[in-house]
Design a protein around this ligand. Structure first.
Ligand SMILES: [Fe+2]
Ligand SMILES: [Fe+2]
Length: 182
């Protein structure tokens, strides 16, 4: 169960590195590749958020929060998911402005891109190193087994296979383009 989530983090981290590369290019005077950035936003919304965060929010965190000791940390994680959604909304608005010819929107494209990257990189680090281990301690074994089964069903669902294929291919494309080894 946890290995599936950690593996999804690896794909998300490639997207975060790409956002950093793109932001650096723009800061160095480059133009914004709006089409590519929109594909990245699509990844963030549909893979990082709907596909990955949904597993956390609906299943793992939901079960975890039934333990009063875990309630606070879970709230913190949910808050960060929401902050991420807000940054991406602002990033999209800045891209729309840029596309309409407002070159000053570059400042906000860089700012929200980097804000999202920093927020999510730190969030993923906490989940990989603290939160998921905490989850395994507080979720009863039979419930954890049920979650594991649920996650495997999600993985095997045909629609989800298509989603994975689409977004992993973007991850591979960006790995090549920006020379990302992770
Ligand atoms: Fe999360
Ligand atoms: Fe996560």
């Amino acid at each position: 169960m946890i290995d599936i989530l950690v593996n999804e983090h690896k794909n998300i981290k490639v997207i975060l590195s790409s956002v950093e590369h793109i932001s650096r290019e723009i800061a160095n005077g480059g133009e914004v590749d709006v089409e590519l950035y929109r594909r990245i936003i699509d990844f963030i919304r549909n893979y990082a958020d709907k596909y990955h965060h949904r597993k956390e929010e609906k299943y793992l965190f939901n079960e975890m929060a039934k333990d009063s000791n875990a309630e606070g940390p879970v709230q913190g994680m949910l808050l960060e998911h929401d902050m991420g959604r807000k940054y991406i909304k602002h990033l999209e608005l800045a891209l729309n402005d840029y596309e309409k010819g407002n070159k000053d929107a570059k400042v906000r494209i860089i700012a929200y891109g980097i804000a999202y990257k920093d927020l999510l990189a730190d969030h993923i680090f906490k989940e990989d190193n603290v939160i998921y281990r905490f989850a395994l301690r507080v979720i009863p074994e039979d419930v954890a087994k049920g979650l594991e089964k649920e996650f495997v069903n999600i993985e095997n669902d045909e629609d989800n296979k298509a989603i994975r294929e689409k977004y992993v291919s973007l991850v591979n494309e960006l790995k090549d383009r920006f020379n990302i080894s992770e």
